[in-house]
Design a protein around this ligand. Structure first.
Ligand SMILES: O=C(O)C[C@H]1C=CC(=O)O1
Length: 96
């Protein structure tokens, strides 16, 4: 049994961050995110237009697994997260 969550991640990197450190951080973030996307647990990621933020959907075994995935993000110290548990909508024609 798995559960779905929508997670909005707002990123705020310090303006004074060293460019090389920033590039390394973003490269590690991308690799980590893509690893979880390949696993099937990070089902989708969308850029929020005009914002340094994304809206992602996760399919996980437990709250604890989602917490561990989010906590492990290299950008975690620079992000504010909003987590919304999802349930099947009664009007969804593709209800799973
Ligand atoms: O750019 C972002 O939205 C932040 C972050 C989340 C995953 C990733 O690859 O980058």
């Amino acid at each position: 049994m798995t559960e779905l969550f929508a997670v909005r991640m707002d990123v705020a990197l310090p303006a004074e961050m060293d460019p090389a450190e920033r590039a390394d951080l973003l490269a590690r973030e991308k690799a980590y995110s893509q690893q979880w996307q390949r696993s099937g647990h990070w089902r989708s990621i969308w850029r929020c237009v005009g914002e340094y933020a994304n809206l992602s959907v996760f399919e996980v075994e437990s709250n604890a697994q989602l917490h561990d995935i989010l906590w492990g993000l290299p950008l975690f110290p620079y992000m504010t997260m909003t987590v919304t548990p999802l349930a099947v909508h009664p009007s969804d024609i593709a209800a799973r």
